[in-house]
Design a protein around this ligand. Structure first.
Ligand SMILES: [Cu+2]
Length: 342
């Protein structure tokens, strides 16, 4: 009779502590707003796991604390505790039940993954290039953007590549995360479900400026998206027509002003954070590794898109940010501009 009272009391306390623990965990708001169709199954599973965590926490902590308080040794009690030589029934139970729970979670998890990966053959395709340290988004309409614009309620498949090291594409509001491995094209499917502005961050430490590797992700209505795409597609077409593939020093000078090169490279021979561009083209460059190269077009282009490849003597490695998001035509324009600086 005495035992039954303990069990009933513990059972009631377990239920109360489990519910309070779950409500507490839920109130913290561990997840940001859900902004993709794929969030629904993921958040559902996350919630189920929070409930299980709360229940098992209570199931372990309540009997433990209860025993410490109720069954502690009373003053003057010198008797030894009862000796128990195991309990087969109990051991089978506490092996079998967790095993069933883990198997069930495995099945639920697999089905969850299936739901998250449902393929829409009509999905919009955008190419994503990750580089140290930024993102470039290449649209099938022939233009490049530094922000990812997406229409709401339409599945998009991102074909993701890395230009250098491991990166990871992560928009917490979309829930799904995908590593990007150099030399491979990774697929990432998402159906944005909520108009708004988010951020993609790199979730794989990838070097000194990893923490700043983020770009805007903007989810808009289909009409706004179409307008955004049209404006950029037209501009890209006009630019392609205008240059007709020829590098142009005037456009290069504009890029020098607007892309931030100006902050570190002077045009008048004075030394800044980086070497001056005056007289650079065609000159012999002494590199940090002791070798010498001629500053031809290939060298100049490489210095812009992959600065870590070669470092000029007397300058720190990695001091120049990676400008891998510039298109080949823009790099050619910059090189043409540098070549005018005799
Ligand atoms: Cu990264």
């Amino acid at each position: 009779m005495q035992n039954a009272r303990h069990f009933v009391l513990i059972a009631v306390l377990v239920v109360i502590v489990a519910v309070l623990t779950y409500l507490g965990l839920d109130a913290i708001g561990l997840l940001p707003v859900a902004a993709s169709a794929q969030s629904a199954p993921i958040d559902w599973l996350f919630d189920l796991e929070l409930k299980l965590i709360a229940f098992f926490f209570a199931l372990i902590m309540v009997p433990l604390v209860y025993s410490l308080v109720v069954f502690r040794r009373k003053d003057g009690d010198e008797t030894d505790a009862e000796h128990i030589e195991g309990n087969t029934g109990l051991e089978i139970t506490w092996t079998a039940i967790p095993l069933l729970i883990v198997i069930a979670l495995g099945i639920i998890g697999a089905d969850n993954l299936r739901q998250v990966r449902i393929v829409d053959p009509q999905a919009l395709e955008v190419k994503v290039v990750a580089f140290q340290w930024g993102w470039r988004f290449e649209y099938p309409q022939g233009f490049v953007s530094n922000q990812l614009y997406l229409p709401v309620d339409q599945q998009v498949v991102l074909k993701m590549e890395s230009q250098d090291v491991l990166h990871s594409f992560w928009v917490p509001e979309f829930r799904v995360k995908q590593d990007i491995v150099p030399g491979r094209v990774e697929e990432y499917r998402i159906t944005p479900s909520l108009v708004g502005e988010y951020k993609v961050r790199c979730a794989e430490i990838c070097g000194a400026s990893h923490a700043y590797m983020e770009s805007p992700v903007v989810v808009v209505s289909q009409a706004d998206y179409d307008q955004w795409v049209n404006i950029r597609a037209e501009a890209a077409k006009a630019e392609a027509l205008a240059s007709a593939g020829k590098p142009d020093a005037t456009r290069g000078e504009k890029l020098y002003q607007e892309s931030g090169c100006k902050a570190c490279h002077s045009l008048d021979g004075s030394k800044g954070v980086g070497p001056t561009w005056k007289g650079l083209a065609g000159s012999a460059r002494k590199l940090a590794d002791g070798s010498t190269v001629t500053a031809n077009q290939d060298y100049l282009a490489e210095s812009i898109t992959l600065p870590i490849a070669k470092t000029v003597e007397g300058y720190p490695v990695n001091a120049m940010p990676n400008f891998g998001y510039l298109t080949d035509a823009q790099v050619a324009d910059l090189v043409a501009f540098i070549e005018t600086l005799k």
